[in-house]
Ligand binder design. Structure first.
Ligand SMILES: [Zn+2]
Length: 470
């Protein structure tokens, strides 16, 4: 048994009463929180002195993409969703070797840990199911990093129809230098999609001392059959996991059908408490009610939605209707960072401006999205998302002795409106110290990793033929 005491900090518990304890402490026993309070009796093996800073739950990032972090800054940003997806992201992700995926995963995890993330949901949209080596290369890195990850094992079981294939052809014609994959490159039949997903769950779910999870993940509505959606829900139920999909991100996705994407998902039985939908930008009031009625969860990918100009997800309406909303940093080449506290600061201000109402998305609700509501959004509120006895010891410590955080009479306000994300000093996941004094402990030398990432990215961009300018 090992005991670690985090002490001398303001503990933002995110418990049911949202207690904030000045000069508090958290006792960790092995991988679990053993005590939280102002007076904690302990004879610990290690002491982490927060030096008057904040002790908060490790952050939960509800929707991310890992591999394409290497494309950061590599393309002209004046591209809309499909232009970016089919000319930049997809060809590059498909071209990556397992070793390149591993480099991307190391860079991603290093940045995420430094931003206080202890759990992330990867909604992988470029899975080559005939060979798991890229998947395994990434999962091995996550294991080594010590973070908690959900791998959304993306599948497509419907080929693009003629109209969509023509649209893709028209979009891809813009960039003849790019080594485009065939439009069907990712498509597999429904039975294979579900059986491979099941095999991956059997092989890896619960590994890394329970830190790794695998979810079935139909990628998008356009490339998933009704049977694919039903199968994903069935697997989620059977293995007591969740399922995630991208939904209603761009206007074009909603135009050609007579019923909304959300209505369609309800009709095929995909909505429900085990479902986390990324985006939900182009949805109406009725769709929001349908999400609430079915307890379907949403990942709000604020920054990527702004960067791709897909619009404001009706998050305020969702919250008013009782929908559980987590926050996702989405693609690191669209955001362009992995920094939930930075994103939530922008999101909470932007929704106020959009609604012309400073009362919407208040600071407590905004912080909840990264912690306890993030945990709810991934079906893990029983063991993650707050600092409470019996929960997993996923914890971040911030140095708040900074001019921009002074004065800070309300720690929650400071966390959402002032913190930039770079104040995180120490991170624990399942009681293990992943970062100490801002140095990531589990992934080797960071400066060497940065050099390797630069070189790998440059080689990839060159090989795929991504144009430097429009
Ligand atoms: Zn996504």
């Amino acid at each position: 048994m090992t005991e670690t005491l985090l002490t001398n900090g303001t503990v933002v518990t995110q418990n049911e009463d949202r207690d904030v304890l000045s000069d508090g402490a958290v006792l960790v026993r092995d991988d679990t929180i053993a005590a939280v309070g102002r007076e904690v009796e302990a004879d610990p093996d290690h002491v982490i002195d927060a030096e008057g800073g904040m002790i908060i739950p490790g952050l939960i990032d509800a929707h991310v993409h890992v591999s394409d972090i290497l494309l950061r800054g590599a393309f002209d940003p004046d591209r809309d969703l499909y232009d970016w997806l089919y000319n930049i992201k997809r060809p590059s992700s498909i071209a990556m070797t397992p070793e390149e995926h591993a480099v991307a995963a190391r860079l991603y995890c290093t940045e995420a840990i430094r931003a206080g993330v202890t759990t992330f949901v990867e909604a992988d949209t470029e899975v080559l199911w005939e060979d798991w080596s890229a998947i395994e290369a990434k999962l091995d890195v996550y294991d080594e990093a010590g973070v908690r990850n959900v791998y959304g094992a993306g599948f497509a079981d419907v080929s693009p129809d003629d109209a969509f294939a023509k649209l893709l052809g028209d979009i891809q014609a813009r960039d003849p230098s790019v080594d485009h994959a065939h439009v069907d490159r990712l498509t597999i039949d429904t039975e294979t999609a579900l059986s491979e997903t099941e095999r991956l769950i059997e092989a890896r779910h619960g590994s890394a001392d329970g830190r790794q999870s695998i979810w079935p993940s139909p990628i998008v509505l356009e490339t998933t059959s009704a049977e694919g959606f039903r199968g994903a829900s069935r697997l989620a139920e059977e293995y007591d996991v969740m399922t995630t999909a991208h939904m209603s991100e761009a206007e074009a996705q909603e135009q050609e059908v007579s019923l909304s994407s959300i209505e369609y998902l309800r009709n095929v039985g995909y909505l429900g408490e085990r479902t986390l939908l990324g985006h939900c930008v182009q949805i109406d009031a009725g769709d929001v009610r349908r999400l609430a009625a079915t307890d379907t969860k949403v990942a709000h990918n604020f920054f990527a939605n702004m960067r791709l100009a897909t619009g404001f997800a009706p998050v305020v309406r969702m919250l008013e209707n009782g929908v559980t909303v987590g926050l996702g940093t989405d693609n690191a080449n669209l955001n362009d960072t992995v920094n939930p506290l930075g994103d939530v600061r922008a999101a909470s201000a932007a929704h106020k401006g959009f609604h012309r109402d400073p009362g919407v998305l208040d600071t407590q609700t905004a912080l909840d999205m990264l912690t306890i509501d993030g945990a709810r959004a991934i079906g893990r509120a029983d063991d993650l998302g707050s600092l409470e006895v019996g929960k997993q010891a996923d914890i971040a410590v911030l140095d708040t002795n900074k001019p921009h955080l002074t004065p800070a009479p309300d720690p929650v306000h400071a966390l959402v409106t002032g913190v930039q994300g770079t104040e995180i000093e120490t991170v624990l996941c399942a009681g293990e110290i992943l970062m100490d004094d801002r140095s990531v402990q589990t992934l080797g030398d960071t400066s060497e990793l940065l050099t390797e990432s630069e070189e790998t990215a440059a080689d990839l961009v060159e090989r795929v033929g991504i144009p430097k300018e429009n």
